[in-house]
Design a protein around this ligand. Sequence first.
Ligand code: ADP
Length: 307
Amino acid sequence: DVCVLGSLNMDLVINVDKIPAVGETILANGFMKFPGGKGANQAVAAARLGSRVIMLGCVGKDDNGDILLNNLNRDDIDTSFIKRIDSAPTGIALITVDGAGNNTISVYPGANMKVDLDYIDNAKGFIESSKIVVAQFETPIEATKRAFRIAKKFGKKTILNPAPAKKIDEELIKLSDIIVPNETETEIITGILPESEDSIKEAGKILIEKGAEHVIITLGSKGAAIMDRINFDIVPAYKVNAVDTTAAGDSFIGAISYYLSKEQRIDFETLKSAVKFSNKVSAIAVTRKGAQSSLPYLKEVIEVFGE
Ligand code: ADP
């Protein structure tokens, strides 16, 4: 149902009392490895809700690569086309967290940058057999464009999560049926920080003028705004006791992908229901610690919110 093209990273998390200054060495008091990467997180989010998910991407021929693939397999994600790269290690994110929860993060993309046009061309069959193709900005943009072009040719829907934030070219926006940025990403792409209803509308309008058919701007604890050429609405978030918003965005993208893969067509009303559902999924994710560990199964969403 859902084809996720994107990153697979190993998150290396070091816990310290205080984040070291330049030139300083300190002893940490904890270390853990967690499977991550926006692409993989979104794939897991959609799979736990019930989608059949195909993941496209690259990892190295190393232990981290083995661990990441096994991890996706545990959620029944099809990893058969994930490429093992000789010339680069599996991507890693080096995360240092202090006692107050502040962090610094350095990402080495490694194998993720080896997703190329040939790889995408060879993955045509996987794109053809999906309903939704999702991508982010942690793998090369030219490959994403190629994948979206193939998806459009087969009549598939494309969802672009422009994260981490960077300016994007209009060609990619035009190839995206739905673009789903958060507040920071919206500001970087449009130059407008979406804080008030007016500024949200204004930013959304810029994305639509650049060629996006549907825009969903996620607004953290405020929920998400939906827009097309004619309509606008804000679907409020659920009030929960948020303890860790890591992967809030990834849970939302996974949920939107799952929901829309079951729909025949995408109109404003469908998008509204999709966003309402995704707000539920993300509300659960922010009440739990971690990235993939916080992503709920459909059963849990129904237990909390009903059918
Ligand atoms: P990102 O993680 O990319 O910054 P957001 O912070 O916009 O994304 O969050 C994505 C979605 O997660 C929101 O649209 C909302 O549904 C949900 N969410 C985020 N923070 C909260 C919160 N504090 N309470 C309830 N829902 C939240």
